[in-house]
Every structure is written in C-alpha cells, then in structure tokens.
Design a protein around this ligand. Sequence first.
Ligand code: G1P
Length: 292
Amino acid sequence: MRVAKAVVPAAGLGTRFLPATKAQPKEMLPVVDRPAIHYIAEEVDACGIRDLLIVTGRGKRAIEDHFDRAIELERLLEATGNPRLGELQALLDRLQVFYVRQGTPRGLGHAIACAERHIDGEDFAVLLPDDLYLSPEPALSQLISVAERLDAPVVAVVPVPPQDISRYGVVTVGEEVEPGVFRVLDMVEKPRQEEAPSHLGVVGRYVLPPGIFSHLARVEPGAGGEIQLTDALRALCQSRPVYAVTVVGERYDIGEPLGLLRAQISFALQRPELRQGVRAFLAEVAKANGLL
Ligand code: G1P
C-alpha cells in the first residue's frame, strides 16, 4: 500500500452539539484555539500526505474558508507583526485541499463513496474528524506503516468499555501478527452490547484500497438505515487480509460534549503557554468539588 491521498468525511449534521452547530459546522468547533478539523489536517500533513479531500455538505462553507487564504487579514497581521496565521499558511503551502459535496446524507459509507473519482484508483487514508488523538506518533502514521509493511488495508481500533461498544464498528480478530496488530476476520457496525464480537471498537482512522468502492456500491443500508463503511470493510476482509491496529496514544471522541471538553483540557495541557494556568485551574476546581 502507498498512501498519497486522504479523505475526511465532514458532512454530518452535528445534532449532538445543537444549538452550537445550528449555524456552523461541528468540525469548526474549537479545541483550544484551532477548529477541530485543523488538527486532522495537521495529522495528514505530518504523514507527508499532500492531497486532502474533504467531503462536505450544506452549511459547511466555513471549512472551505478556514483552509483558504484570507489576503486582507494576512496583510493586516503582517503590517502589525502578528504571526498567528503563519503556521496555517505554511500548512496550506504544503497541503492541497479539495472538496466534494455529499448531496444527501446517507451515511459514512456513502460519504466515502463520494470520493471515488478523486481517489482515482489509488490507496487512500480516511480520518473521521470526531476522533482526535494525542500520541507520540500521529495515529494515521501508525496505521500507514503497518499498511505498507503488510501491504494490506488497516483500521484503527481501541479497547472500548462494554457499555459503550454499541456506538462503534466492532471487529472479530484472529491471529496477532505483530504486537498490537490483528488479522480482522469480521466486522459489525454498532452491535448490541451482548452481541459484540469483541471489545475492540473501530476508531476513526483507516487505510483503504480503491477496491473498497465496489463494495460500497453493493452494500445495502445497514445500522441506522445508512450505508456503512463497516459493511463494505466486512466484505473486503472476505476477499483479502485486513488488519486492525491498536493505536498507541490517547483518543478523544469529540463527537459528543464531554469528549470535546476532555480534549479541550488535554490539548491545552500540551501547550507550554497554557499548561500552568490550566493546571492551577484544575486544582482549584478539584478542591472546590471535594476531589482532592
Ligand atoms: C463511525 C463508524 C464506526 C466507528 C466510529 C468511530 O460511527 O461508522 O464504525 O466505530 O465512527 O468513531 P459514528 O460515530 O459516525 O456513528
């Protein structure tokens, strides 16, 4: 496998964050001082990928504006010696961002299927913007090295507590071929807790071959009446080896308010200029709430 393109599905309605997402995309909600999707673009960039396709839909124009130049603003900042957009500009010099719209929201699998023309027969990565990672090596890069070494598609997994498993795609695994890397025998999207085949949930990063598109075209609507990527992957793993990689690092599910809050705090603690203030505040809160 050789990954030179990445796809980020960002057409979801973000209903869990209403009313914050009534007039802005959930992918633009800030984690500290960057929109969530900015961290995804940074992860893509850190893997040396230069071609990013974002699958958007109605009400998502702010994402395009974020990854575009803002000449007047840039001039103003330059004149006042303010460097705050410099990092983003450098990122945009390296990364070419493309867009395709998913006209009708028919599920994650359908969103990925919208990328077929752009992918044009190549292997590609998928990053779900609801999953952010803090890890020594970017999560996607951990997947890519396994995909390259084993020449096979891979999905990211983490152990999930039983009460949460029904929110995930869940893998049935066979042999552990390398530490933390398992052969995938089967997959199921959002099983009931008592029917889950394992405690390993799929978490927002995939390396896929172009062959996934023919499976996506064939799968019937599944969990929630939607076209599921998990169902296409399930068909794929019947025809070739697919592997699950347990990602090393901390994962944040920012698709729900508590997960976003956790991410805010953890990402802020990574920032040298904020760390001290955040720690002092956390200690204050812990004390005031009888946690210390
Ligand atoms: C999607 C996938 C699911 C995966 C999850 C990870 O579900 O369909 O397989 O486990 O993301 O966050 P969603 O959370 O979009 O319903």
